[in-house]
Design a protein around this ligand. Structure first.
Ligand SMILES: NC(=O)c1ccc[n+]([C@@H]2O[C@H](COP(=O)([O-])OP(=O)(O)OC[C@H]3O[C@@H](n4cnc5c(N)ncnc54)[C@H](OP(=O)(O)O)[C@@H]3O)[C@@H](O)[C@H]2O)c1
Length: 367
């Protein structure tokens, strides 16, 4: 039997579509999922996949083991026992309001432990694929925060300024690429833009940024357009990310590098909001407020919970995007992976959220 792929975070937004793509692409490879509650989550994933055309033999190739981001000793032991040729690490605490210690434990220390065990030259020296985020590739933002290779970085200040999730993503990328260079081992990381729903189904979880934005529009709780007409929320569809990751998982030649996944058709955020409002059949706000003002308002007690937005989330809006998507495009071309149409994915996303919100009783808490 061929060696397994090991995947963390398979129950998440990207992870489940990655499984779907892998089961369609690769007829034989066993897929081992590292999950918090293996028995319950494996059954739920099998039902989800079966509802999307994956038949019994594919579902039988899935196995699951217990895994917690915070338990680094067990994570190392699992990798050493299974010896996967490729480990895809998608699990993360993708949430606002994390304190620095929690965020570091869940992102940086969890990634380092898995990577260390998986790429150990004295062990089985397998491939490791990490998930970063597009902000780690945005040089103007790194400059603004004082993040430069070879110079000391004031991480405490950065955690205070941008919050635990984003700061820990930046610190993980910075720390791991430096460690890999120092030890002469590979570091392979995929950096998606903000992920929208599937281009046909539109499905995305309620904690996703675009879900929250559509829900705000539907409930009339977006009082102003954030930022200026130059601000952008870079986007990519979940099927594009899953298709890329699945092909990467099956291509043993790619062992290192940073690959940014961002749809070049991502509209400026004001246009995005108007398009989503149109698709949802509601009005977009006309007034625009500077990001700093909106963030200040969202920090007033009760405002974030009422509106369903968060000050931390607004940090993901950027001006003058300066990104290199060339390496990911070159690989996609080599694999024959076509782009998914973003306008179609956004319209499907809006339809999905409208249906999903209509199922929730009025007065449901939004934050
Ligand atoms: N979605 C985006 O817009 C986006 C953009 C850029 C980068 N990324 C990165 O892509 C990766 C996957 O994102 P996603 O959108 O799929 O996230 P997600 O939907 O929030 O899924 C997170 C996954 O991590 C697991 N997880 C959370 N806490 C855990 C813990 N303490 N121990 C073990 N597993 C835990 C979750 O398991 P449960 O199901 O048990 O909660 C779930 O499988 C993350 O690294 C994220 O930072 C995402």
């Amino acid at each position: 039997m061929s060696t397994p792929l090991l995947i963390t975070g398979a129950s998440g937004q990207i992870g489940r579509w990655l499984l779907h793509a892998l089961l369609r692409l690769e007829p034989a490879r066993p897929l081992v999922l590292a999950l918090r509650d293996p028995a319950v989550q494996l059954e739920s994933l099998r039902r989800w996949l079966s509802g999307r055309g994956i038949a019994g033999p594919g579902l039988a190739r899935l196995a699951a083991h217990p895994y917690r981001l915070e338990d680094t000793a067990s994570a190392r032991a699992l990798v050493r026992e299974l010896r996967p040729d490729t480990l895809l690490h998608l699990a993360a605490r993708f949430e606002w309001g994390l304190d620095a210690n929690e965020a570091r434990r869940a992102q940086l220390q969890a990634t380092e432990a898995l990577w260390e065990a998986q790429t150990d030259p004295q062990g089985h020296a397998g491939r490791f694929v990490a998930l970063g985020g597009y902000m780690t590739q945005h040089r103007p933002q790194l400059d603004k925060l004082g993040i430069h290779v070879g110079r000391p970085v004031d991480w405490q200040r950065i955690y205070r300024r941008i919050g635990g999730y984003e700061a820990s993503k930046l610190e993980t990328q910075f720390h791991m690429s430096a460690l890999a260079r120092r030890l002469g081992r590979p570091w392979l990381c995929v950096h998606p833009a903000t992920v929208c729903g599937h281009s046909v189904e539109g499905e995305l979880p309620a904690h996703a940024a675009l879900y929250a934005l559509c829900r705000q529009l539907l409930r009339g709780r977006l009082q102003a357009l954030p930022g200026s007409p130059r601000h952008q929320l870079p986007l990519v569809s979940v099927d594009q990310v899953a298709g890329f990751l699945a092909r990467l998982a099956l291509d043993p030649q790619v062992r290192s590098g940073d690959f940014l996944l961002m749809d070049p058709a991502s509209p400026p955020v004001h246009d995005l909001i108007r398009k989503l409002a149109g698709a949802l059949g509601v009005r977009a706000p006309r007034l625009a407020l500077p990001l700093a003002v909106m963030q200040g308002l969202l920090r007033v007690p009760g405002v974030a919970a009422w509106s369903g937005a968060s000050a931390e989330g607004l940090d993901f809006l950027i001006q003058d995007p300066d990104f290199n998507t060339g390496p990911a495009e070159a690989l996609s071309q080599r694999w024959g992976l076509p782009p998914t149409p973003l306008p179609q994915a956004l319209a499907a996303t809006a339809r999905f959220v409208a249906r999903d919100c209509a199922r929730q009783p009025p007065g449901t808490r939004v934050a």
